[in-house]
Design a protein around this ligand. Structure first.
Ligand SMILES: C[S@@+](CC[C@H](N)C(=O)[O-])C[C@H]1O[C@@H](n2cnc3c(N)ncnc32)[C@H](O)[C@@H]1O
Length: 158
C-alpha cells in the first residue's frame, strides 16, 4: 500500500478508510482521534425551535453568574469531562475542521511519545499536525484528493 504523502512520523493514504484500514493488522494503533463526516448519521430528531424565528441579543441579567471577589482562584484544576475549545480561525479550505487544541489535548491525554495515532477521517490534517508537534507517529486516511492536497500543504508549512 503506497502512501499519498509521508513524513518522518506519519503516512497519509488517499482513499476509503474502510478499504485501507483492513490492510493494517489488529492492535496496530495505540489511539484513534477522528471526526467522521457529520452527514452520515441518519438518526434525526426534531429541532426544538423548528421553523421559529429566534430573537438574538436577549440577555437575561439573572443568568449572569455572580463572582465572589474575596476568593483567590486556584492556578490550575483538573480538566473536566466536557472540554471547551475556540473554533474560530483558519479552516485551510476545509468546511469542517476541528481545533488543533482539541486534537492536541486528546493526544496528550491518551497517548505517549512515539505511539501510533490513527485518524481515519483526516480532513485537513489537524490530527497529523498535532502528532507532528507532539512527537507521535500517525496514519491518516482521507477519501478526497482535494483534502489530501490540503493535508500535504499544511504539513509542509507547519
Ligand atoms: C469532519 S471531516 C474531518 C475534519 C478533520 N478533523 C479536520 O480537522 O480537518 C470528515 C472527513 O472525512 C472524509 N471522509 C468521508 N468519508 C470517508 C471515507 N470513507 N474514508 C476516508 N475519509 C472519508 C471527508 O472527506 C472529510 O474530509
Amino acid at each position: 500500500m503506497k502512501p499519498y504523502y509521508k513524513t518522518e512520523l506519519g503516512e497519509l493514504f488517499c482513499g476509503d478508510c474502510l478499504t485501507i484500514m483492513k490492510q493494517f493488522p489488529d492492535n496496530h494503533f495505540d489511539l484513534t482521534v477522528t471526526s467522521p463526516p457529520y452527514t452520515t448519521n441518519l438518526l434525526k430528531e426534531k429541532c426544538k425551535y423548528a421553523g421559529k424565528l429566534l430573537k438574538t441579543n436577549t440577555t437575561n441579567p439573572e443568568s449572569i453568574r455572580k463572582r465572589n471577589s474575596d476568593k483567590i482562584t486556584k492556578e490550575t484544576k483538573i480538566k473536566s469531562n466536557v472540554w471547551d475549545f475556540i473554533v474560530a480561525g483558519t479552516n485551510y479550505g476545509h468546511p469542517a475542521i476541528f481545533p488543533e487544541k482539541l486534537a492536541n489535548d486528546h493526544i496528550l491525554s491518551w497517548s505517549n511519545e512515539n505511539d501510533l495515532v490513527l485518524d481515519c477521517f483526516l480532513g485537513s490534517g489537524t490530527t497529523a499536525i498535532a502528532c507532528e508537534k507532539l512527537n507521535r507517529r500517525w496514519v491518516g486516511t482521507e477519501i478526497s484528493e482535494k483534502y489530501c492536497e490540503i493535508i500535504k500543504k499544511r504539513n509542509d508549512y507547519k
